[in-house]
Ligand binder design. Structure first.
Ligand SMILES: Cc1cc2nc3c(=O)[nH]c(=O)nc-3n(C[C@H](O)[C@H](O)[C@H](O)COP(=O)(O)O)c2cc1C
Length: 210
């Protein structure tokens, strides 16, 4: 039985969102084929994603200097505790499905906040004399990124969404990364419908191999 973590970062209701509808189609097919799997959902706009702020930095600094967690002040404990829970949830999953829209050549800031929360030294990666090493490698973990954009950027140097998520997954040791990109969703409606239909078919097929 695998644990699938479904991470969405989109303000729209599912029925108005191309990316979320494709994500839902994927999930429906995946769960039909893998009814015993455990599904965990995170909505990065709804759920409390703790950003790295001055309390977090101060708490980390105190612990680096030898303080135990209980020695931190209340805000530091609460915020670092939340970050650790997010990081543990990420580490414990076997499969990851991200759904994002393109915002200004990247993805929304909430996903970066989430990445900063889960990329914890000692959990997701380790510092070694030879540089950082991903701790999630060789565990058969895999990631699918469904990404939608109004125009067309994928594969061009200006696209900082899929390539960045792929890099950070690789950094943590998750090498099996696939992207399903649906572009042109804000172009002519008939064309956009075709792009969405094609992407949904690809998602349904991807669900059979995930
Ligand atoms: C703040 C903002 C920034 C956006 N920036 C881009 C962009 O840089 N390139 C692009 O192709 N589309 C851009 N779009 C359009 C969205 O990518 C597109 O509408 C979205 O992917 C559709 O989301 P959906 O999958 O929820 O339907 C932007 C939209 C918003 C709201």
């Amino acid at each position: 039985m695998a644990k699938l973590l479904y991470v969405t970062c989109n303000l729209k209701p599912v029925e108005h969102s191309c990316g979320l509808s494709i994500g839902r189609a994927f999930l429906g097919e995946y769960l039909r084929l893998n009814p015993g799997d455990e599904l965990h959902c995170l909505d990065l706009y709804r759920d409390n994603i703790q950003r790295i702020d001055i309390d977090v930095l101060n708490g980390w600094e105190k612990m680096r200097a030898g303080a135990v967690f209980e020695f931190l002040n209340e805000d530091e404990q609460r915020k670092i505790g939340r970050i650790w829970r997010l990081a543990d949830q990420f580490v414990e999953a076997d499969k990851y499905l991200f759904v994002t829209p393109m915002f200004n050549l990247g993805f929304p800031a909430e996903l970066k906040m989430y990445i900063d929360a889960i990329c914890v030294a000692g959990k997701a990666f380790a510092h070694t004399p030879n540089g950082p090493v991903g701790l999630l490698r060789n565990q058969g973990k895999k990631c699918l990124h469904i990404h939608s954009s109004g125009g067309f950027h994928y594969g061009g140097g200006e696209d900082h969404s899929v390539p960045y998520l792929r890099s950070i997954m690789n950094f943590m040791g998750i090498e099996d990364f696939e992207a399903l990109v649906v572009e042109g969703v804000d172009t002519i409606p008939e064309l956009a419908r075709q792009f969405k239909r094609l992407a949904t078919e690809k998602a349904l097929y991807a669900a059979t191999r995930f």
